[in-house]
Design a binder for this molecule. Structure first.
Ligand SMILES: Nc1ncnc2c1ncn2[C@@H]1O[C@H](COP(=O)(O)OP(=O)(O)OP(=O)(O)O)[C@@H](O)[C@H]1O
Ligand SMILES: [Mg+2]
Length: 208
């Protein structure tokens, strides 16, 4: 059973978007997947409540309290965790220590970079202290095709030892799916083919 943690102390970078779409992608591949919400805002839990019954089933778990972690996870193939805001809480430290993969979304906007780099160093410290073995994957989110910022982002993060694994475009489609309790992998429409392709490096990385 893999525990895939999506986390960044920077708000609004796409944690819930990445967690929900990843959970759908794994479920559509036939895996038994749960989506655990460890963020006090409980956005992933409300997404799961909106999810139509006709779509592939994703179990939702409330992990906003540390005592709840680990409940009925043994039988599952994977748990995707919408992570808490910071690193300081015991909840965050436990999740980082137990994760098999840690996904850190970062926006193309340079305002987000310093905070995210600091956060990545913080994760590495927690991992060292707790002897965690997780792989860290940095994903650039809300990339605008016409912007050159992703190249700067790429360079800055690679220099610090955190190369970008995937680049996800800024598309209104994501907001639409968020509102409908669905994800881009729920449907096989050809229009979103290229958008789904952007997730392949990430899907490969979290594969067993
Ligand atoms: N690739 C994208 N393209 C377009 N909109 C996006 C994309 N990723 C995220 N968004 C939108 O940006 C907003 C923030 O995304 P999201 O809620 O996933 O971030 P978050 O990190 O979970 O935020 P919070 O810190 O509040 O939990 C949402 O309105 C979401 O629909
Ligand atoms: Mg969120």
């Amino acid at each position: 059973m893999r525990k895939i943690l999506v986390v960044n102390s920077k708000g609004g970078c796409g944690k819930t978007t990445v967690a929900t779409n990843l959970a759908v992608a794994l479920a559509m591949r036939g895996e038994d997947v749960a989506l655990a919400d460890a963020d006090r805002q409980k956005s992933s839990l409300s997404w799961a409540k909106r999810r139509p019954k006709s779509l592939v089933r994703i179990e939702a778990l409330n992990w906003t309290k540390e005592e709840a972690i680990g409940d009925k996870d043994k039988a599952l193939d994977a748990i995707v965790i919408d992570g808490p805001g910071g690193l300081r809480s015991e909840l965050a430290k436990t999740l980082i220590a137990e994760a098999s993969d840690i996904i850190v979304p970062v926006l193309a906007s340079a305002f987000d970079w310093d905070a995210t780099l600091k956060f990545l160093d913080g994760i590495s410290d927690v991992k060292r202290v707790r002897k965690g073995k997780a792989d860290i994957h940095v994903v650039a989110n809300r990339i605008n095709r016409r912007s050159t910022q992703v190249a700067d982002l790429e360079k800055t993060f690679a220099k610090k030892g955190y190369p970008l694994l995937a680049r996800i475009s800024d598309r209104v489609l994501y907001a639409r799916h968020a509102a409908a309790g669905s994800g881009i992998f729920d449907y096989q429409d050809t229009r979103a083919h290229e958008i789904r392709g952007q997730w392949h490096p990430l899907l490969q990385a979290v594969d067993v």
